[in-house]
Write a protein that binds this ligand. Structure first.
Ligand code: ZN
Ligand code: FE
Length: 260
């Protein structure tokens, strides 16, 4: 039994990923909105599902949990401050959990939903992993359904401060449409232009663009760059009149909501 852990995105619905970590015949999954892709991964391999991690209450993230707990003896962790249709061990900032010798820490990331949490851990022999649900996407961020721009800015700042080698395990394959918008905001960003070409090649081959690399996201994701002069310059003429840091993020998010 080696030290290697496998990190696998299981496609679900039209554009979700259910992330699966696998080690020594055991498995952990994140945000199983549908049980079937997980059961289909467990059946032929015999992997035993130990843990289910939930980031927020939306159905495309929790919808498969009940069927998985009925079929396995998995322990379910989830956000302490959300109403969920399933029982979870409630988690909030400062708490942690452990799986196969890996310690995961919980980060409160309100914005997309009011009680959204993320999980960060550093498995041996691989780069750290971040399970961020619908808070941070490659080239984008989640819609503000329940939280304020100031909350989302603080949440994104916390994620952006994690080690740059962190593998960002987003819950949706939104990268190409996010990058199209990002280039509208930041058209002269050479890292962004190169990354778009890279992601277009991956998608043309039917490959996921994820996990993303946090260090690169800091260079290309306008929602992690809302304090950068180049990003602020392109927000000049967009309401509301930006004054505070969170107003720039709000203007950026509003522009993205309207962008086609
Ligand atoms: Zn969501
Ligand atoms: Fe979602």
């Amino acid at each position: 039994m080696g030290l290697i852990m496998n990190l696998i995105p299981l496609p679900a619905f039209s554009d979700n990923y259910i992330w699966l970590l696998q080690h020594n015949g055991r498995a952990l999954v994140v945000d199983p909105g549908d049980a079937q892709p997980v059961l289909d991964a467990l059946a032929p391999t015999g992997w035993v599902l130990d843990h289910i991690l939930v980031t927020h209450h939306h159905a495309d993230h929790v919808g498969g949990v009940a069927a998985l707990t009925a079929a396995t003896s998995a322990t379910v962790y989830g956000p302490a401050h959300e109403q969920l249709p399933i029982d979870v061990i409630p988690m909030t900032q400062g708490q942690g959990l452990s799986w196969q010798g890996v310690d995961f820490e919980v980060i409160d990331v309100p914005g997309h939903t009011a009680g959204h949490i993320a999980y960060w851990g550093h498995p041996p022999g691989m780069a750290p992993v971040l399970f961020c649900g619908d808070t941070l996407f490659s080239g984008g961020c989640g819609r503000l359904f329940e939280g304020t721009p100031a909350q989302m800015l603080h949440s994104l700042d916390q994620l952006s401060a994690l080690p740059e080698a962190t593998q960002v395990c987003c819950a949706h394959e939104y990268t190409l449409s996010n990058l199209k918008f990002a280039l509208e905001v930041d058209p002269t960003n050479l890292d962004l232009i190169a990354y778009q070409t890279h992601c277009q090649t991956l998608r043309a081959q039917g490959m996921p663009t994820l996990p993303a690399h946090l260090g690169l996201e800091r260079k290309i994701n306008p929602f992690l760059r809302s304090r950068q002069p180049a990003v602020r310059a392109s927000l000049r003429h967009r309401p509301p009149t930006p004054m505070h840091d969170a107003d720039y993020l709000a203007a950026l998010r509003q522009w993205k909501n309207e962008y086609r």
